[in-house]
Design a protein around this ligand. Structure first.
Ligand code: ZN
Length: 352
């Protein structure tokens, strides 16, 4: 008997690619009118909240007092910077900075700024990690609060869970992705996701801003690069108090980015790609102003996927009656923020 070599499919990657190619997300936007958008957003937002583990995070009156504590305050050429810490939920404190611009008068336009995989929130104000006193050069234009203050915008910079000062010491986990990947896996076992928890911290940051008299709540924005772009995207989808959004180095298709190459475990939401692609998630922000920032040579969020997915986002904004409220900024570079181009577009689209 002649022996035939059987065709074996041994790679799980091959299977997952097959599933992505043959099973499109079930709740992707397919409508044409404002009414379609509103009904679809209600449905998908509810589903997304469930998938992010929102039900297992404190809600409404179950939220604990913020207990805002001031650690230090200093005057700089660009404005006042105050280091604070607030409590998001019991056993979870959030360090951050409140930055008030010298340029302009209260009430200010505000942006909440979140860093991605980096040494943390200190990059937002361009000082060293340990003492916060020495000025540092920040790679990839991630000194977000400096960029805000230069433009007369106030900033609340928060340390994301499992990054920077909230980095976990799991001795057995590999460096860099150890902290957040470990935290992300543990969150799953508790019916949460690290993305959901990080969005929750942004929501608590908004709670904090809502107590201040120098905040224009009707122009409140959120921005971040990479892992900060992730949270900017998901928080924009969920939190109605956000009015402007500027995700950078993240928007693409899931298929061409986090599903095409190894990314940190903190990027994933169980089941998400069976219901929605990235434009659907960010489309939950329509018709509010959004500026998507990307680098034309970003190797981990490839431009081809960015452009095709942005066309889908434009379709949602068009159906929502606001085609001009979403802009794509393509910078000449890789995985970084492009402050000048990004802010120029944001001022125009957001009417700042
Ligand atoms: Zn991570």
């Amino acid at each position: 008997m002649a022996k035939t070599k059987p065709t074996l499919h041994l790679s799980t990657l091959e299977l997952h690619r097959h599933l992505m190619a043959t099973k499109p997300p079930a709740m992707s936007f397919r409508g044409r009118t404002k009414k379609h958008v509103a009904a679809w957003q209600r449905k998908l937002r509810g589903k997304l909240k469930m998938m992010l583990g929102w039900d297992n995070l404190p809600r409404g009156k179950d939220r604990c007092p913020l207990k805002v504590r001031s650690l230090w305050k200093r005057q700089t050429k660009l404005g006042t910077i105050e280091k604070i810490v607030f409590t998001a939920e019991p056993k979870s404190d959030v360090p951050g900075y409140i930055c008030l611009p010298a340029k302009g008068k209260p009430p200010y336009n505000w942006f909440i700024c979140v860093q991605g995989h980096s040494t943390g929130v200190h990059n937002s104000i361009a000082v060293d990690f340990k003492t916060n006193t020495r000025r540092i050069k920040v790679e990839g234009e991630q000194d977000f609060a400096i960029g805000c203050m230069e433009r007369g915008i106030a900033a609340l910079c928060i340390e994301q869970r499992a990054f920077g000062e909230r980095w976990l010491n799991y001795p057995k986990y590999p460096k860099l992705t150890g902290s957040c990947s470990g935290a992300a896996t543990h969150a799953l076992q508790l019916g949460r996701t690290l993305i959901g928890e990080r969005v929750f911290d942004v929501d608590r940051g908004i709670d904090l801003l809502a107590t201040r008299k120098d905040v224009r709540m009707n122009t409140l924005g959120l921005m971040g690069l990479s892992g900060g772009g992730t949270i900017t995207t998901f928080a924009s989808a969920l939190l109605s108090r956000l009015k402007m959004s500027m995700p950078a180095g993240y928007f693409c298709t899931f298929k061409d980015s986090i599903m095409a190459m190894p990314h940190c475990g903190c990027n994933y939401v169980p089941g998400l790609l069976t219901v929605a692609e990235m434009a659907d998630v960010l489309g939950l922000f329509a018709p509010k102003p959004v500026v998507v920032v990307t680098g034309k040579d970003d190797p981990i969020f490839p431009i081809r996927g960015v452009r095709s997915e942005f066309r889908r986002l434009q379709g949602i904004y068009k159906a929502a009656g606001a085609p001009d409220n979403c802009k794509l900024v393509v910078g000449d570079g890789e995985h970084q923020f492009f402050a000048e181009q990004g802010w120029k577009a944001m001022f125009k689209v957001g009417g700042l």
